[in-house]
Design a protein around this ligand. Structure first.
Ligand code: IPM
Ligand code: MG
Length: 356
């Protein structure tokens, strides 16, 4: 088993370091190889996703990813910006299925901006299609507007599109995931306005015929955004396209009050996957040793479960995380009165100690 470790930028290096320590303590046999990605790779090699990094990621069974990005790269030409590294990895590895759980940990219920009764026990799984939609659709670019409100004016455009097989495979992933949970799927679309998402809705409905034991409902994305803050516990598995999934998964993460706790997995058809925290590179706190490493540590647990077939080890890590929360240890992002504030490394130490 080989793991490509790509820490990236900002807090990425600090949090991945803790996850690597935890993985190293499991007495499992795997090889870990680290490479630069994002802004760090741009500085060293002139590209956010150098050939050598991509090659390593492709060869590995799984990629453990930190975060990329920093405001200082915002003025670079798009192809050199750190975000292109994660988009390039998704595309090149075919990582079409993105799992973003939003779980409200019992001890952190009060960290949510919503009333505790609305979020206590919350456990949603957002499944976001990750290699299609307006993120990757061609054509895109800038031109002189041929028509519309201001013909002849300068304009920019992107293309929203989905093929039938792309929708079918992500729908299957969602129905299969629902079978292991409460057997309910909400498909989020904008079928009332967009051709792409009328087609999405039709194809999801067709695929659903193969999963009669799973309940399916459809919801427009604007309504879904509203229901997520009104009654989030009504959702279980949510499946949606790339852009809606980007937006709704941040909203869902924030409901839990602790985006620093949420892992994610992006899988391809052969279960090779990229595992990363749901939060970003947080350059404002980078290097201060205060970032929460738990989302990355939990991402490593997801990696063991989904790509490396090590369910027992995954549970060991997850139980250790629950234990440190029960001990009252908190990084500043999840700190509240009466708990013990710790830094990134101390949190890593505590998880190591709790592994048992
Ligand atoms: C995410 C991020 C990325 C996305 C960016 C960094 C390209 O927001 O993983 O949700 O938009 O997909
Ligand atoms: Mg996002």
């Amino acid at each position: 088993m080989k793991i490509a470790v790509l820490p990236g930028d900002g807090i990425g290096t600090e949090i991945v370091e803790q996850a690597v320590r935890v993985l190293g303590a499991l007495d499992l046999k795997f090889e870990m190889e680290t490479a630069l990605v994002g802004g760090a790779a741009y500085e060293a090699h002139g590209h956010p996703l150098p050939e050598s990094t991509l090659k390593l990621a492709k060869e590995a069974d799984a990629v453990l990813f930190g975060a990329v990005g920093d405001w200082k790269y915002d003025k670079l030409e798009r192809q050199f910006r750190p975000e292109q590294a994660i988009l390039g990895l998704r595309k090149n590895l075919g990582l079409f299925a993105n799992f973003r759980p939003a779980i409200c940990y019992e001890q952190l219920t009060h960290a949510s901006s919503l009333k505790p009764e609305l979020v206590s026990g919350l456990d949603i799984l957002i499944i976001r299609e990750l290699t299609g939609d307006i993120y990757f659709g061609q054509p895109r670019g800038k031109r002189t507007s041929p028509d519309g409100n201001f013909p002849g004016a300068e304009e920019a455009f992107d293309t929203m599109r989905y093929t039938r097989p792309e929708i079918e495979r992500i729908a299957r992933v969602a129905f299969e995931a629902a079978r292991k949970r409460s057997k309910r799927v909400t498909s989020v679309d904008k079928a009332n306005v967009l051709e792409t998402f009328q087609f999405w809705k039709d194809v999801v409905t067709e695929v659903h015929k193969d999963y009669p034991d799973v309940e399916l409902d459809h919801m427009y994305v604007d309504n879904a955004a509203m229901q997520l803050v009104k009654a989030p516990k009504k959702f279980d598995v949510v499946v949606t396209g790339n852009m809606f999934g980007d937006i709704l998964s941040d909203e869902a993460a924030m409901l839990t009050g602790s985006i620093g706790m949420l892992p994610s997995a992006s899988l391809n058809a052969s279960r090779q996957g990229l595992y990363e925290p749901s939060h970003g590179s947080a350059p404002d706190i980078a290097g201060k040793g205060v970032a929460n490493p738990l989302a990355t540590i939990l991402s490593a647990a997801m990696m063991l479960r989904f790509s490396l077939d090590q369910e027992e080890a995954a549970q060991r890590i997850e139980n250790a995380v629950k234990k440190v929360l029960a001990q009252g240890l908190r990084t500043p992002d999840i700190y509240s009165e009466g708990t013990t504030k710790v830094g990134t490394r101390e949190m890593g130490d505590a998880v190591l100690a709790a592994l048992g």
